[in-house]
Design a protein around this ligand. Structure first.
Ligand code: SAH
Length: 393
């Protein structure tokens, strides 16, 4: 195994518990990046030759290496992955009664670059780095050994792979993955299109927040904005909402939502609007009837630091538009998965929208990602989902 030497004092982040190394922290005289191939396993050492652990490298990316273990004697083989997958499985089984969850959440489960969503016997995997791509066979073997699944699908088409110079593909790694899988969440059934849907086909990170929504919707007229296949909207309909309107710009997502409505026998309560959320919200202002509960679950408006001003403005416009069609004393459930929009910033967006719309507000609940997306205490990127349930007076 080749050695990756860090420059003097550049071991601080790893010693603080983090798992990442940036290319400017590498001593390129002692270990020229060009001498490594993408995904290669490396031993990581300080400028004083102290071993920090083993990891993998991608010489072409700014975030160029990730630590897999601080134990230099550990073999990175199938058994290594079996051990870590088993530990992650035990964590999930602590929190979930049914086998539907994100089984592996990358760095948080000490498996950097690896995502595995479990739909009972079907696993959907994202290998997001050259390192995990190189270790693919061992990872797949370990998953088969640990979970004995019927099928494993590789959804290797995430945008992160482009940064890693990896090709985009959707392929079968094991068995015959079906087009659709059925999952159960908070007692509600959903069908997810694992091959053609967004990301892995389902957003497990909102599981807990959907269960919180269920508390507020009985006999209410609910609006689910950025609904995708109905995670929030169908949960509301199945939890006693009187009527649910779902907005998404994706026709495929709304077709899937109709299937999910049928699965739970709530089709008669559901209306879908296939449109840009901002223009749909504007059109709804002409309606006489206001909504009693509104859910906002937009995609990340802020992807890079420099998008912050425009992104914050978009969040503000969105919340103002929602408040205009929310009844007095109505409930607003809002979440953001933008890493660069902190919880405090989202709260400030709510506050500003409230002032500009001449409303008042109380916050009932603070939301976060479900426990199958555990947070790594040293890696703020793993703590990305924030939200609030507010009553707007
Ligand atoms: N609430 C969903 C997940 C939302 S993901 C759930 O619980 O599963 C974000 C969704 O926003 C995607 O379905 C995407 O198609 C949709 N979307 C993105 N930009 C949009 C826009 N401008 N207007 C309406 N929908 C949009």
């Amino acid at each position: 195994m080749q050695t990756l030497f860090l420059r003097k004092n550049e071991e601080r982040r790893l010693l603080a518990g983090h798992l990442w190394i940036y290319s400017n922290e590498v001593d390129t005289k002692l270990s020229p990046l060009k001498s490594f191939s993408p995904g290669e396993l490396v031993e990581i050492r300080t400028a004083f030759n102290k071993v920090l652990g083993l990891g993998y490298i991608n010489p072409n990316t700014l975030l160029c290496a990730r630590l897999l273990t601080s134990n230099k004697h550990e073999q990175i083989d199938t058994d290594f992955f079996i051990t870590r997958i088993k530990q992650a499985l035990i964590r999930r089984e602590m929190c979930f009664a049914k086998p539907f969850y994100r089984l592996i959440f990358s760095e948080s489960d000490q498996l950097p670059g690896l995502i595995v969503d479990r739909f009972d016997n079907v696993l959907v995997v994202q290998l997001n780095t050259a390192g995990t791509e190189n270790l693919k066979d061992k990872i797949v073997e370990a998953l088969i050994h640990t979970l004995n699944p019927e099928a494993i699908l590789l959804r290797n088409n995430s945008h992160i792979r482009t940064t890693e110079n990896l090709p985009s593909s959707i392929e079968t790694a094991y068995g015959e993955p079906p087009e659709q899988v059925t999952l159960e969440e908070n007692g509600v059934l959903f069908s997810a299109a694992i091959k053609t849907g967004q990301k892995t086909g389902w957003f497990y990170d909102q599981n807990y927040n959907r269960s919180r929504l269920a508390t507020y919707v009985k006999n209410k007229n609910v609006l689910d904005v950025f609904s995708y296949s109905g995670g929030f909207g169908i949960t509301a309909a199945a939890s006693g909402a009187a009527a649910v309107t779902c907005i998404d710009s994706s026709e495929n997502a709304l077709e899937q939502l109709q299937q999910n409505a049928d699965l739970n026998d709530v089709s008669d309560k559901i209306t879908t609007i296939c449109d840009d959320a901002f223009s749909a919200l504007k059109n709804l202002q002409n309606n006489v009837k206001l909504f009693e509960v509104i859910v906002l679950d937009p995609p990340a408006f802020i992807k890079r630091q420099k998008d912050i001003p425009a992104g914050v403005d978009a969040y503000l416009r969105l919340h103002r538009a929602a408040m205009r069609i929310l009844q007095p004393h109505g409930i607003l459930l809002t979440t953001s998965c933008s890493l660069h929009l902190s919880r405090d910033m989202l709260l400030d967006v709510l506050r500003q929208a409230m002032i500009k719309e001449k409303r008042e507000m109380v916050i009932f609940e603070q939301l976060h990602q479900s426990p199958d997306h555990p947070v790594h205490p040293a890696i703020m990127e793993t703590n990305y989902l924030k939200g609030f349930i507010a009553q707007v007076l």
